[in-house]
Design a protein around this ligand. Structure first.
Ligand SMILES: Cc1cc2nc3c(=O)[nH]c(=O)nc-3n(C[C@H](O)[C@H](O)[C@H](O)COP(=O)(O)O)c2cc1C
Length: 258
């Protein structure tokens, strides 16, 4: 739920989603996009604590399913109020809080402030989830230890590497390093992911979303196969996308396309 400036509208949207079968609602007050913030939504809301309280109370009162919240540290390095927002959220009935350790002004630039995430965690009793720039198991472990957060959220590091959460979970629960995956295993995982996208979103939307994920996969594997990506993006049929992905399993074919 991202376009969120009006408490009544948000409450109505929450109710509609609950009726439609949602198991949980996550309110996004961390989005830095201009088109969102210009409408006093996303992370722009963090500047208006009264409105945040009104929205969160209205939404939590409207539904019986759990409502969670995602925030940044504040609007800018000079206007950081994540600790206050966290307390407002807890009082309103929010059941878990994710904190991206940057401000809106920082967007995705600069270092994540994990100490600030730790300060938010210390202020509330609800579960706090730390987020920002976590790319591997060792880092996940150190963020958990150093901030005291209850969980971590992964973002961009998973793009093109859908097995990363499993690798991190394995390290955190057993101390074992990531499983070695052959290129073919990775390609099979990608094909499974694309098939699931088609199934979940339907052929038209699934086809478009698959282009992003295949692009990220090629980038993450530094295959240097830009012609392959371009050719994949021209495909207009979901079944054809899967046929095309078969070519990836043969490195020679990728080499030829690069
Ligand atoms: C392409 C893209 C789409 C995103 N979409 C959402 C979203 O729909 N809801 C949300 O709460 N955060 C969204 N985020 C933010 C991420 O969840 C995360 O907070 C941010 O990327 C920082 O984490 P990272 O450094 O691990 O990527 C998005 C980020 C990216 C790059």
């Amino acid at each position: 739920m991202c376009n969120n400036a009006d408490p009544e509208m948000m409450a109505a949207a929450a109710k509609a989603n609950e009726i439609a079968g949602a198991d949980i609602l996550d309110i996004n007050m961390g989005c830095p996009a201009k088109k969102v913030c210009n409408k006093a939504a996303g992370s722009a809301l963090l500047r208006d604590e009264g409105l945040v309280a009104a929205i969160l109370k209205a939404v939590c009162a409207a539904v019986t399913i759990p409502v969670t919240l995602k925030i940044r540290l504040g609007w800018s390095p000079q206007e950081q109020n994540a600790e206050t927002i966290a307390q407002i959220a807890e009082a309103a009935g929010i059941q878990a809080l994710t904190v991206h350790g940057r401000t809106r002004a920082c967007r995705f630039q600069g270092e994540v402030d994990y100490a600030a995430i730790a300060r938010v965690k210390a202020k509330v009793s609800i579960p706090v989830i730390g987020n920002g720039d976590i790319t591997n198991a060792q880092q996940a472990s150190s963020v958990l230890q150093n901030t005291g957060v209850d969980a971590i959220m992964l973002g961009r590091a998973v793009q093109g590497r859908p097995w990363l959460p499993a690798d991190i979970d394995r390290f955190l629960t057993t101390g074992l390093p990531p499983v070695e995956r052959s290129f073919e295993t990775q390609c099979r995982a990608l094909a499974r992911h694309v098939r699931a996208l088609h199934h979940h979103y339907g052929p038209e939307q699934g086809l478009r979303i698959a282009r992003k994920h295949v692009g990220w996969f090629l980038q993450a594997n530094t295959l240097g196969s830009e012609p392959f990506r371009q050719a994949f993006n021209l495909i207009q049929c979901d079944a054809q996308q899967l046929v095309f992905l078969d070519r990836l399993w043969d490195l020679d074919a990728v080499g030829a396309a690069a």
